[in-house]
Design a protein around this ligand. Structure first.
Ligand code: SQO
Length: 375
C-alpha cells in the first residue's frame, strides 16, 4: 500500500529507547523527535508562516472540528485546500475532531454511527462520523489525517474504556475504508485504552493489524498524573511498529517532551506554549518565568539570557511586562515567538543528545537547570 508519509529510522540512542528519525511528507521532511506548533483555526495564534519557518518549524497542526464549524471545509476546499488558504507550504497534520467534540461541544450523543453534538459557537445540532471526518480532512488536504476516535475521559471505568476503544477500532476501520486515500494524504490511527494495560494492548493489536502509515497514542494528557502517562508509554510504545511514526497527542511541557522522547515517541503537539504565552508565562532555560509579574518591572535584561531568539535578542523583560500589562498584541507575539522557539530549540538539543547517546544525561542536566527536581 503506498503511503504519502513514510518514516526513516536513523539511530537509536544507546542510553534509552529514544530514536532519531525523519518523517517524509509531500510538504517536506521533519527531523524527529519533533514538537508541532498548534494552529487550531488555520493560524498558529499571532505567528506568521515566515516566523514559524524562521524557527525551523516543519509541521503544524490544525483542527478538523474547528474548521468544520468555521469557516467550513467546503470553503477551504474552494480556496484550494488548507496549505493555500493559510499560505503554509510545509506539512500540516489535522486532528480528527473527536477530542474537540468531547471536550468543547455541548455533547449530545455517541452512537455506533457517529457523534451528535451542538456547535459550541452557534448551538446548531451537528453530526460527525468517521466518514464525515475523512471527508472534512480530504477537503482540507492535510498531509497527515487522524482517524475519528473517542478520547476516553480520565478517570474512567475499565468497562467503559473497553467499549469505547472497541468502537474506536471499528471507527478506524471505517476511516480506512472511506478515506479515498488520495496519493498525497496519509491516515494515522489513534491507540486508546485509557490507563489499562490490557486495553492498550487490545487497542494496539486492533489497529496495527490494519496497517496504517503511522500511529498515535491518544487518551493521555487528560488530567492523569504524569507518572501514570509515563507508565502507559512504557508498555504501549513497544506495541507500535518500529518502522512508522509514533505520535503522542496533546503533550508539550519540556519535561514531558524529554520523557516521551526517551520512551521512543517521535511527534508531539500541544497548545501549552502558545496558550501560556498569551497570559505572559514563558518557558526559559531557568524554568517557567511569568514575565507579567511585578518583579520584572525594572528588569532590563533579556527574557532568557541563554536564548538567541528574536525576542531575547531585542527586548527586555521590563518591555515585555509593560506590553502584556497594557494588553498590547505585540507583547503576545513576542512571548509566543519565544516559547515556540524554546521548544524547537529543546527538540534540536534532544536530537543531538540522541545522536551522542546521552539523552538520559541531557535530561538530568535540563531538569536540574529548569528546576524540575524540586516540584
Ligand atoms: O485521544 C485523543 N484523540 C484525538 N485527539 C486528542 C488530542 C488530545 N489533546 C490532549 N491533551 C491536551 C491537553 N492540553 C494541555 C494544555 O492545556 C490544554 C489541554 N489529549 C488528547 C488526546 C486525543
Amino acid at each position: 500500500m503506498t503511503a504519502a508519509v513514510t518514516y526513516e529510522a536513523i539511530k537509536t540512542c544507546k542510553q534509552s529507547g529514544a530514536r532519531l528519525g525523519r518523517v517524509h511528507t509531500p510538504h517536506g521532511t521533519i527531523e524527529t523527535p519533533t514538537f508541532m506548533p498548534v494552529g487550531t483555526q488555520a493560524t498558529v495564534k499571532t505567528m506568521s508562516p515566515e516566523e514559524l519557518k524562521e524557527m525551523d518549524a516543519r509541521i503544524i497542526l490544525s483542527n478538523t472540528y474547528h474548521l468544520f464549524l468555521r469557516p467550513g471545509h467546503e470553503l477551504i476546499r474552494e480556496a484550494g485546500g488548507l496549505h493555500k488558504f493559510m499560505n503554509w507550504d510545509r506539512a500540516i497534520l489535522t486532528d480528527s475532531g473527536g477530542f474537540q467534540v468531547f471536550s468543547l461541544s455541548d455533547m449530545r450523543k455517541i452512537t455506533e454511527e457517529g457523534v451528535h453534538f451542538r456547535s459550541h459557537l452557534s448551538g446548531d445540532k451537528l453530526f460527525i462520523s468517521p466518514e464525515i471526518a475523512m471527508e472534512i480532512q480530504n477537503a482540507l488536504g492535510s498531509d497527515i489525517m487522524m482517524a475519528f476516535d473517542e478520547c476516553a475521559p480520565f478517570p474512567a471505568e475499565h468497562d467503559y474504556v473497553k467499549k469505547s476503544l472497541e468502537r474506536t477500532s471499528r471507527w478506524a476501520e471505517r476511516c480506512l475504508e472511506s478515506h479515498t486515500r488520495p496519493a498525497d494524504q496519509s491516515l494515522f490511527a489513534i491507540i486508546q485504552g485509557g490507563m489499562y494495560e490490557d486495553l492498550r494492548r487490545q487497542s494496539a493489536a486492533d489497529l496495527t493489524s490494519l496497517d496504517f502509515p503511522g500511529y498515535a497514542i491518544g487518551g493521555l494528557s487528560v488530567g492523569e498524573p504524569k507518572h501514570l502517562m509515563y507508565d502507559v508509554l512504557d508498555y504501549t510504545v513497544p506495541l507500535m511498529p518500529a518502522n512508522k511514526p509514533r505520535y503522542l497527542m496533546g503533550v508539550g511541557s519540556p519535561d514531558a517532551l524529554i520523557e516521551g522522547s526517551i520512551r521512543g515517541i517521535d511527534m508531539f503537539d500541544c497548545v501549552l506554549p502558545t496558550r501560556i504565552a498569551r497570559n505572559g508565562t514563558t518557558m526559559t532555560s531557568q524554568g517557567r518565568l511569568v514575565v507579567r509579574n511585578a518583579q520584572y518591572a525594572n528588569d532590563f535584561g533579556p527574557l532568557d539570557p541563554e536564548c538567541d531568539c528574536y525576542t531575547c535578542r531585542n527586548y527586555s523583560r521590563a518591555y515585555l511586562r509593560h506590553l502584556i500589562k497594557a494588553d498590547e498584541t505585540f507583547g503576545l507575539r513576542l512571548t509566543t515567538y519565544h516559547n515556540l522557539y524554546f521548544l524547537q530549540n529543546l527538540m534540536k538539543n534532544v536530537r543531538q543528545a540522541i545522536m551522542d547517546d546521552r539523552l538520559l544525561d541531557f535530561r538530568d542536566e535540563f531538569f536540574e537547570q529548569y528546576g524540575l527536581f524540586n516540584n
